[in-house]
Design a protein around this ligand. Structure first.
Ligand SMILES: Nc1ncnc2c1ncn2[C@@H]1O[C@H](COP(=O)(O)OP(=O)(O)O)[C@@H](O)[C@H]1O
Ligand SMILES: [Mg+2]
Length: 285
């Protein structure tokens, strides 16, 4: 099987998952290469499978990225599939999961043309773009700095971007975020990610904000919430899914359901890359 791991020119050296995944694929006899989605010279049809990995700069040109996904999927197999990517690259999917009964962090959505100040009051809150990754353009504010938050929302809205505002779940500061990884619908492993947003601080300008990762054993409640999120995915559990949860006084709440280009944190879980390759083989069989 000829497999492309799709990264970005700017992400080649940053994606720690590429090397262990290449090794695991090659050990199973697959021919695997890392290729940048934003390299126009690539002929994608020569691969049997194009696997989205670290296409992290897609948020700068989401429409072009989704067109690219559809073009690739028209000539070969792209995973996860384009219809799912279109749904999952815009955090408005959180409203769908909320309707399906998944405990998501309360979110207020603003569309271009809306009053940028029309969001509820919170002691501490987060403003972020609906299409975003790596914490870019995401900032945490306290109530006294609401004017700065409104200006931030206005900047995003004026650029034609949808915005969401959430209360800041402060338990992340001590307990961290839990990310649970599922391959082919089966649980593989989990990690803890430290808090990322400084109070009233600046948004990161890098491709992604530096992250403090350690292995973590999820609680049974976290596992149950993650299963609920997986069950709400249109079309069923895809090849890969990462469920990001934040702790709250009322239990774990869904921050993000990452079905597009999640870091899979192979380096923190022995055997995880091999489990992923087994799931790939099961999908292609
Ligand atoms: N409501 C929130 N409460 C606490 N921390 C948050 C909240 N929203 C985002 N964060 C912090 O910002 C980071 C990035 O936000 P996230 O929604 O995961 O977007 P991205 O797609 O950029 O990863 C999270 O990992 C978390 O540390
Ligand atoms: Mg995230």
């Amino acid at each position: 099987m000829r497999i492309a791991l799709a990264t970005a020119i700017a992400a080649y050296a940053l994606d720690d998952d590429l090397a262990p995944l290449l090794d695991a694929l090659r050990q199973r006899g697959h021919r695997a290469d890392t290729v940048a989605w934003d390299d126009p010279t690539v002929s994608w049809s020569r691969f049997d499978l194009v696997l989205l990995r670290s296409t992290w700069n897609y948020t700068e040109q989401p429409a072009a990225f989704l067109r690219w996904c559809e073009a690739v999927a028209a000539t070969t197999r792209l995973l996860n599939p384009p219809a799912l990517l279109r749904w999952n690259t815009d955090k408005r999917y959180l409203a769908d999961l909320d309707r399906a009964g998944v405990p998501v962090i309360a979110a207020h959505f603003l569309a271009p043309g809306d009053d940028p100040a029309a969001f509820p009051a919170h002691a501490e809150f987060v403003v972020k773009p609906c299409i975003g990754a790596g914490s870019r353009d995401t900032q945490r504010y306290t109530a006294p700095n609401r004017a700065a938050a409104v200006a931030h929302a206005k900047r995003l809205l004026d650029a034609g971007r949808h915005v969401l505002v959430q209360p800041y779940l402060e338990a992340v500061d001590t307990l961290g975020e839990t990310a649970l990884l599922y391959f082919g619908g089966r649980y593989s492993h989990a990690i803890r990610k430290g808090p990322l947003l400084a109070r009233d601080g600046d948004a990161t300008r890098a491709l992604f904000a530096p992250e403090a990762i350690t292995p973590r054993e999820p609680s049974s409640v976290e596992m149950a919430v993650a299963q609920q999120a997986l069950a709400a995915i249109p079309g069923g559990a895809p090849l890969y899914a990462r469920v990001d949860l934040l702790p709250s006084p009322s239990g774990p709440q869904l921050l993000e359901l990452e079905l597009t280009e999640p870091s899979l944190f192979f380096g923190f879980a022995p055997g995880a890359a091999e489990r992923f390759v087994a799931a790939i083989e099961a999908v292609l069989a």
